[in-house]
Ligand binder design. Structure first.
Ligand code: PEP
Ligand code: MN
Length: 341
């Protein structure tokens, strides 16, 4: 249930309502919109049977939430969330590109990738330090050493950093290096990890699993948000279907569907969807045209020699061409993307 406060309600009234809910042991989440404040109430609503909340000063109405996810849904927050990652706004007018190699492989590789993607207009550098690989014998990432190289790339270029975290230990190590975390498709329902991410309060790019429904995905996002971390950006990266021509099938309908259900920004990862570099540009452009708030794209200085996901990574020059097209599409849609940074 949510408690919708009157547009003119003041902080004392919000505090009074919160105090009553707290005294009953209910969870409280507050969403301050441009117009009004909404208080999300989590817990057994039977506890409220004898409490005339609607008569309290400043309260406009009580609205039940039908969906099992509460904080990710639009009843809790009707307007789109704009998430601030180190000064870059995600979910607003601007289209944000995150780009870089699948994995940090060496100091030289990540520095070269960082300079290249920055030059074309990316604002956030990606690079995996903890790689969740299908085979335990495949390259697993440079871990802490990789985080240090990422930080060096940030210091040289001014790009913000995103990296995937796969465990509590990785969260602890990466927290002081990067500006946002990525939860990979394989961990979409690793609820303990999601709670830890929630407690970290860091912005998170939250990938959809290859066989997760949108409803399951939004419920999983709820685990992060219920810890008080509302800085969640949803990222579609392709789902598993009968089709084998691409690595996964990009579910482009995720964009309008999620936007109708949730206030959270939506990203697309065309690289893991396509699995082949020659399809990445088309999927990227379709995603922006469909209303995505940004893209996370794998770019490697020398894709053929990549230690992971070699087939799908763009060369810096292909990424540059794509950025030119994205700036044109953004303009048509009344959104902003600055080619060339
Ligand atoms: C990645 O971003 O490199 C990755 C492993 O992606 P996903 O979790 O979508 O497979
Ligand atoms: Mn990858």
């Amino acid at each position: 249930m949510v408690i919708v406060m009157k547009p003119a309600s003041n902080q004392t009234e919000i505090d009074e309502v919160s105090k009553v809910l707290e005294s009953l042991g209910l969870g409280i989440h507050i969403s301050k919109g441009a117009e009004r404040t909404i208080i999300g109430v989590i817990g057994d609503k039977r506890l409220l049977n004898d409490v005339p909340l609607e008569l309290m000063s400043g309260v406009e109405k009580l609205v039940p939430i039908a969906e099992s996810y509460k904080l990710a849904g639009k009843t809790f927050r009707p307007e789109p969330s704009v998430i601030d990652v180190g000064g870059v706004k995600i979910g607003g007018k601007g289209i944000v590109l995150m780009a870089g190699p699948c994995a940090v492989e060496s100091r030289e590789q990540i520095l070269e990738a960082a300079h290249a993607v920055k030059k074309s207009g990316a604002q956030i550098l990606r690079g995996g330090a903890y790689k969740p690989r299908t085979s335990p014998y495949a390259f697993q990432g440079l871990e802490e050493e990789g985080l240090k190289y990422l930080k060096e790339a940030k210091d040289e270029t001014g790009l913000l950093l995103i990296t995937e975290v796969t465990s509590e230990k990785a969260i602890e190590s990466a927290a002081s290096f990067v500006d946002m975390f990525q939860v990979g498709a394989r961990n979409v329902q690793n609820f303990q990890l999601l709670r830890e991410i929630g407690r970290s309060m860091k912005p998170v790019l939250f990938k959809r699993g290859p066989s997760t429904t949108i409803d399951e995905w939004l419920n999983a996002a709820e685990y992060i948000m219920n810890e008080g971390n509302y800085n969640v950006i949803l990222c579609e990266r392709g789902i598993r279907t009968f089709e084998t021509a691409t690595r996964n099938t990009l579910d482009i309908s995720t964009v309008p569907v999620v936007k109708s259900l949730s206030h959270l920004p939506v990203f697309i990862d065309p690289s893991h969807a396509a699995g082949k570099s020659q399809y990445v540009a088309a999927l990227s452009k379709a995603a922006i045209a469909a209303g995505a708030d940004g893209l996370i794209i794998e770019v490697h200085p020398n894709p053929k020699c990549a230690l992971s996901d070699a087939a799908q990574q763009l060369t810096p020059s292909a990424f540059d061409d794509l950025c030119k097209d994205i700036s044109k599409i953004a303009e048509i849609l009344g959104r902003e993307f600055k080619y060339g940074g």
